[in-house]
Ligand binder design. Structure first.
Ligand SMILES: [Cu+2]
Length: 485
């Protein structure tokens, strides 16, 4: 998934299947209507054919890249034999284009077509089904909106979308989580948690946490594993901007830039004060933009995504035309740590543009809870359907203090808003403190910790607030922010 920019010659790639995202079309800004079709596709997962969902554009690739100033004018077609609904994650469309079934628009029936038209936010975003079981079957794709600065910068942009894949159906995966392998085992103590691998890991001061509910069959970067990774051709001494999307249903990753030190320049599509490093983590729903300055000579540089708490990894390879590309094993030497159990990364992020100063009109605690057995995840002790909506008034400054009282982390996504992370605290963090943190749409709350977000309530409408861990969402971890006029 690479595309050229105006000041660079076209960079050829080695694989015929690389054009996963369409090349930006030359167009008068706003005049083009794009088409996206939700359908099925066949992937090769380590030599075994797999059927997955996808979001195909007119050029035959997945997802969409928009030019600066271009409107999001899309005709979406449901070519599945079941209902679907696509959410434009990271965008703030009018509420009736937000893409949540029956909130307020009904899902698209098989064969149905629907038009979308709104002014998009620039940055690295994505699109996915708001039916969790469809997202678990890879119904997700990049949604990249380039800025004028992207056009003038002399750097190659490389999109990397990460997903977790299982041959088993989502229903079987859920049955395994809830009841153990074979669905019938009642003895959770002896049988463990079925598909769960007991990814428990001690934090810095010994606190146990549960990391991974499902052992997937494969971890994908741009639809491929490290057995046959995408090789992206890069120029010697060139600058690369990685646009990385965690579209996995239940996997937190560390991005490892290996030999090259990276600069984290944006999260969730919003600029941060650049942060240097070789390893940055992110949870489901989140995005990382990382700039790399390549060495002057020939070379091949794997950009890896490491599954937190485990040895599995995936990734792509950046390689100059003459470089030897060697095989990167799919298992690392040792398990990597849990991501951000002490909020060290989140607390080190600083927005490039803060929210305007404004008095806080409403401040609310949001308790995140749940248990592995029974497998049930809650917001304010309630599941979706029994939830009590959070209220706000349009234009008012709202603060939500997430308190995670459970042993799993929860990436919390708020629809229709960009928020700022303004506070961290908790078991591994210490006394709550204010920070001038990142602008985001999805924030990761580790076990026994708290994170405070601030935002100005937007359009008067019902906006979803939910955990982006799909099995958590399936069991009910969603509520609403109801904004009144
Ligand atoms: Cu969760």
């Amino acid at each position: 998934m690479t595309f050229p920019i105006s000041r660079r010659r076209f960079l050829a790639t080695t694989s015929a299947t690389l054009a996963a995202v369409s090349l930006p079309q030359l167009s008068i800004a706003g005049a083009t209507r794009h088409s996206l079709t939700v359908g099925t596709r066949t992937l090769d997962i380590n030599g075994r054919a797999a059927t997955a969902f996808g979001l195909e554009n007119a050029a035959g690739g997945q997802g969409l890249i928009l030019d600066p100033g271009e409107r999001f004018r899309v005709t979406l077609t449901n070519a599945l034999n079941q209902d679907t609904m696509i959410h434009w994650h990271g965008q703030i469309p009018p509420n009736d284009q937000d893409g949540v079934p029956d909130a307020p628009m009904p899902a698209l029936r098989p064969g149905e077509t629907r038009d979308y038209d709104f002014a998009p936010l620039a940055g690295t975003h994505w699109m996915h089904s708001h039916f969790p079981v469809q997202e678990m079957q890879l119904l997700a794709a990049p949604l990249i909106v380039r800025s004028q600065a992207d056009i003038t910068a002399d750097r190659q942009e490389v999109v990397m979308i990460l997903q977790d894949f299982a041959f088993a159906s989502p229903d079987d995966l859920m049955a395994n989580i809830e009841h153990g392998p074979g669905h019938g085992a009642m003895d959770h103590g002896a049988m463990g948690h079925g598909a769960m691998d007991h990814g428990g890991m001690a934090g810095m001061n010994g606190m146990e946490m549960d990391l991974n509910d499902i052992d997937f069959d494969a971890y994908l970067a741009n639809d491929r594993t490290l057995a046959d990774p995408e090789v992206v051709r890069v120029e010697r001494g060139g600058r690369v901007k990685l646009r990385i999307i965690n579209a996995a249903s239940a996997t937190v990753f560390w991005i490892d830039t290996g030999a090259i030190e990276g600069r984290l320049v944006a999260v969730d599509g919003h600029a941060v004060v650049p942060l240097s490093g070789r390893r940055f983590g992110f949870a489901m729903g989140q995005r990382l933009d990382i700039e790399l300055d390549l060495p002057a000579g020939e070379g091949a540089w794997p950009i890896l995504a490491l599954r937190e708490g485990e040895r599995e990894r995936t990734g792509i390879i950046l390689a100059t035309a003459g470089a030897q590309v060697s095989r990167v094993p799919e298992l690392g030497d040792a398990a990597v740590s849990a991501f951000d159990y002490d909020l060290a990364q989140e607390a080190s992020l600083q927005n490039a543009t803060a929210l305007p100063e404004r008095a806080v009109a409403s401040s609310e605690m949001v308790m995140l809870g749940g248990t592995m057995s029974p497998y049930r995840w809650t917001i304010n002790d309630r599941v979706w359907g029994e939830h009590v909506p959070i209220q706000a008034r349009s234009g008012q400054r709202v603060e939500l203090m997430f308190h995670n009282m459970s042993m799993m982390a929860h990436p919390m996504h708020l629809h229709g808003h960009v928020f700022q992370v303004v506070g961290v605290g908790g078991h591994n963090i210490g006394t709550p403190r204010r920070i001038n943190g990142a602008l985001r749409d999805t924030v990761h709350i580790p076990p026994m910790s708290m994170v405070t977000i601030a935002f100005d309530a937007g359009e008067a409408a019902r906006w979803m607030l939910h955990c982006h861990h799909m099995p958590h969402l399936i069991t009910g971890m969603m509520t609403e922010l109801v904004v009144s006029a």
